[in-house]
Design a protein around this ligand. Structure first.
Ligand SMILES: *Cc1c(COP(=O)(O)O)cnc(C)c1O
Length: 382
């Protein structure tokens, strides 16, 4: 689906909110969720709350019948507050305190992900009988924002953890995550092949696995095209047919970015334009600490569209944020051009910014408030 942002632009025109401001169209979130369900029929879909935890976004997804991938007690509480069924929550963070496991279990969460023996033991003690997917690390191509080696265990250890979980009265499955913003479809094939091998090895040890959690990672377009949802789905279906020729596992998916990025548009204002050497530096009221954390290493390169009409040519710029931190530079290597007539007070729109922006904003570095989110559409603020 191609977002046209018409409701968002009308809201910005009518209300003219102070910048920076992220506006999210909840109807688009609901439409993306519906599209995702059609692409993966029968799969359990758990939206990764960290991508955008704004209550109206969660309301739209509850209405669309989705469940939620939560990372800790606050996200459990938030989803339940918005009307989610605890049976539809999956505690997908492998790094968790025993008391946080107990908190989630008390509130009805029965689905967890784990990648370490101690955590499996904590789950056996504090979430008895729950489903636990063992997260395996993949030898797969890096995504744009990879997880590195922080999560997942080697396949040999995963088998040990599966057996440990089963012995501890838990219901084991397999999980992987190909890394966020993953445009390489081959990564899912590698994940599914790795999982199939573990299903067979567990069966040989007398443990039947049923659940396969394919994680998230579905990419969204900024300045370059990415595969469509249907091409991801087709690749996953064919990999499942190849590697699970017998009984198909029960599938779980944890999309984050792909459900919300294109539902959001961020408006920013030019603070200062300064000629420095070859290129002008354009300082914006949005930077890495108040919403554009994913510009780190210039990994995600957003689009910047001038709001006011500018006649005349565009020239190369460096884009930087407003704070007194030397690392608060957005793009120095990525080539960007903006109009020569751009001045203080002019505004720019960043489409496709509904994911991993507001949720990553610091609480008051240099006194700058976290990125404000306004929601429009059926589940909007007003
Ligand atoms: C962040 C996260 C996701 C969502 O990833 P996207 O790339 O936004 O789809 C899913 N599962 C887990 C465990 C995560 O940590």
């Amino acid at each position: 689906m191609c977002a046209d942002y018409h409701r968002i632009r009308r809201f910005l025109e009518e209300r003219d909110p102070p910048t920076p401001c992220l506006v999210v169209d909840t109807d688009v979130v609901a439409a993306r969720a519906a599209e995702f369900r059609v692409a993966f029929p029968g799969a359990l879909i758990r939206y990764a709350v960290k991508a955008n935890p704004a209550p109206p976004v969660l309301d739209a997804l509850v209405a669309a019948g989705l469940g939620f991938d939560v990372a800790g007690p606050a996200e459990v509480a938030l989803c339940l507050e918005r009307g989610a069924d605890p049976a539809d929550l999956a505690y997908g963070n492998p790094i968790k305190k025993p008391r946080d496991i107990a908190y989630a279990y008390e509130r009805g969460v029965r689905e967890f992900t784990s990648d370490a023996a101690d955590d499996v033991d904590h789950l056996g003690r504090h979430a008895p009988g729950s489903a636990v997917s063992i997260r395996v690390v993949l030898e797969a191509p890096d995504s744009v924002t990879p997880f590195g080696r922080k999560f997942g265990c080697e396949p040999a250890e995963a088998l040990d953890l599966v057996l440990r979980a089963a012995a501890g009265g838990l219901r084991p499955g397999i999980a992987f995550h190909v890394g966020s913003q993953q445009p390489d479809l081959a990564a899912w094939e590698i994940g599914i092949a790795t999982a199939a091998k573990l299903f067979a090895e567990a069966a040989a040890q007398g443990v039947t696995l049923t659940r396969l959690n394919l994680g998230g990672g579905f990419a969204t377009a900024h300045r370059t095209a990415v595969p469509s949802l249907t091409s991801y789905a087709a690749k996953i279906a064919s990999a499942l047919a190849t590697h699970f020729p017998g009984e198909r596992p029960e599938l779980m998916l944890e999309p984050g970015r792909v459900l919300v990025a294109d539902a959001g548009l961020l408006r920013t204002e030019v603070v200062l334009v300064a000629p420095r050497g070859e290129r002008r530096w354009v300082y914006l009221d949005i930077g890495r600490y108040n919403g554009l954390a994913e510009a780190e290493n210039e990994a995600i390169a957003y689009r910047f569209e001038p709001v006011e009409p500018h006649a005349g040519p565009s020239r190369p710029v460096v884009l930087a944020g407003p704070t007194c931190d030397g690392d608060d530079v957005l793009y120095q290597r990525t080539p960007y051009e903006l109009p020569l007539s751009l001045r203080t007070g002019d505004r720019l729109d960043l489409p496709g910014t509904g994911a991993y922006t507001a949720s990553y904003a610091s609480v008051g570095f240099n006194g700058i408030e976290p990125l404000r989110t306004c929601c429009v559409g059926r589940w909007g603020d007003d």
